[in-house]
Write a protein that binds this ligand. Sequence first.
Ligand code: ADE
Length: 280
Amino acid sequence: MAVNHRELSWDDISLTNKLLGSGNFGEVRKGTVNLDGERIPSAIKVLKRGADEAARQDFQQEVDIMRHAGYHPNIINLLGTCEHQGNVVRVHRQQYMALEMAGNGDLKNYLRKSRVLEVKDPAYANTRQTVSTVSSLSPVQLLRIACDVATGMEHLSSKDVIHRDLAARNVLLTDSLIAKVADFGLSRGEGIYEQTSKKAVPFRSTALEALSRRIYTTQSDVWSFGILLWEIVTLGGTPYSGMNSRTLLRSLREGYRLPKPRNCDEDLYVYFSLLPTCVL
Ligand code: ADE
């Protein structure tokens, strides 16, 4: 359902105890919002009471970016925002961000849960070589998810939004397995963004030029999309597992790239691995 963001009144929001996620900002709880008399399931991000000024600014920035991005079926949409209208006079009122709900949670977990062991030849069921990990999702479903993310990211780039934190953990799946790009906490609404603060960088999915020079563009989001494809093919694997940020940066500078996963088709790997190198 396409819904334009709106200011909600406190009575429009109902929160449950079900925790969907948490972070420095506070937490995300399952709930509903009342939109024109209809109760819509929602993931409600709550800025914690004692949040410092930086966390407040980040929260507001995320709201502004999502408003600017507008509605798209492959993006988690902002349903509305609300300030708690309690009786208590506080310097800062509690802030709420009502997001579209995605019932199947994040892609990384979903891919991991989809792993099943396949025994190729039951006659040799005890030997390791005949057992491989496959997904309960079909190749078409996996490709569909990748296409959904690409479509959502294309929309963001058309609005000059740079996501800066695209990874499987930040893609959510609806009940009908539509993939939606989420978590705009690091996003910026400029065609090119130079980070000046010393915030932590999600280094496993960040482009080389962003790691080296802190320059973020749509092209650096494309690099992250390449890593996300690797995460899909490995069913939620950890990119460059065992490497720390320093070793990874050195290796990437020397030309090292993620190797082809065992279950990945040669043509698919060559095609995907061309994506990140053409933006360098
Ligand atoms: N966790 C964080 N945001 C969410 C959302 N929009 N839907 C489901 N789970 C979430």
